[in-house]
Design a protein around this ligand. Structure first.
Ligand SMILES: [Zn+2]
Length: 257
């Protein structure tokens, strides 16, 4: 991946775009997004870095779109096999799966391990069921706690919604006008700060339904660093191969995201 060139970055919104700057004898500047989502800028030998950075900033949206396009083809995690030694995430941290033989039929957190005890050690289907049940249980606990903490930021502007878990391939969260918030149990793999972001996003919808100025104004007031959290969530999701977004475009019908 390392191909030389000076490393630089420019701010874009609350994010930054990193790029490698290569000097060539060519007279014009060119920006390329590689399939590994890295950005290479080739520029004339004498071009000032500020001038190059300004060009990159000007094309930032295009760069982001290219990166998003290529990221779809980046390798995802291999499918889970539910055997000892495999790495699983919980609240943004990595844990090793440890499967031991015993009468317990349960899974629990033990140090750096997700410790599974089962009499059917060799059956990956059983291990998987125990691990998934553990995740759902902890997702429910964790989300309930997050909801309580995030609600406090609204100082009574939102009534306590009902919280339900729902598997959604493309969404972290949804809401209904009747005051129900749905959260994707997979969100419990992400850092706690990201869970709070999704919960807060959905709570804002209970005050301002559409993603308009009022919505984002409220989101910024109750969670000034929401964009950093969103970025963190996107990075965490890319690592676990999830395609969910906190806030997809084109919400329609009964459920918004
Ligand atoms: Zn939304």
């Amino acid at each position: 991946m390392e191909e030389g060139g000076e490393r630089h970055e420019v701010a874009f919104g609350n994010r930054s775009i990193e790029f490698r700057l290569k000097r060539t004898s060519r007279r014009t500047l060119a920006i390329t997004v590689k399939p590994d989502a890295s950005v290479v800028v080739t520029a004339p030998k004498g071009a000032a870095v500020e001038v190059v950075a300004a060009k990159v900033r000007k094309r930032a949206l295009w760069i982001r779109r290219q990166q998003e396009y290529f990221s779809r083809f980046l390798p995802k995690l291999p499918p889970r096999r539910y055997v000892s030694g495999e790495t699983h995430r919980y609240l943004g941290r990595q844990y090793r799966l440890k499967v031991v033989e015993g009468p317990g039929e349960n899974a629990r957190l033990r140090g750096k391990f997700i410790w599974v005890e089962t009499a059917r050690k060799g059956e990956s289907g059983q291990v998987r069921r125990l691990v998934e049940a553990w995740y759902v249980l902890h997702a429910r606990e964790r989300f309930t706690r997050s909801l309580g903490e995030c609600l406090a930021r609204f100082h009574g502007r939102v009534c306590t919604p009902q919280l339900r878990l729902r598997r959604m391939p493309k969404r972290w969260g949804s809401w209904t006008q009747r005051g129900v918030i749905y959260l994707n149990p997979e969100l419990v793999l992400a850092p706690a700060s990201c869970i709070d972001y999704v919960v807060t996003h959905e709570l804002c919808h209970l005050v301002h339904a559409p993603h308009g100025q009022a919505f984002y104004g409220l989101l910024r007031r109750v969670m000034p660093d929401w964009e950093e959290r969103k970025d963190r969530l996107e990075r965490a999701a890319a690592e676990t191969g999830s395609e969910a977004t906190a806030c997809g475009a084109g919400e329609a019908g009964l459920l918004g995201n």
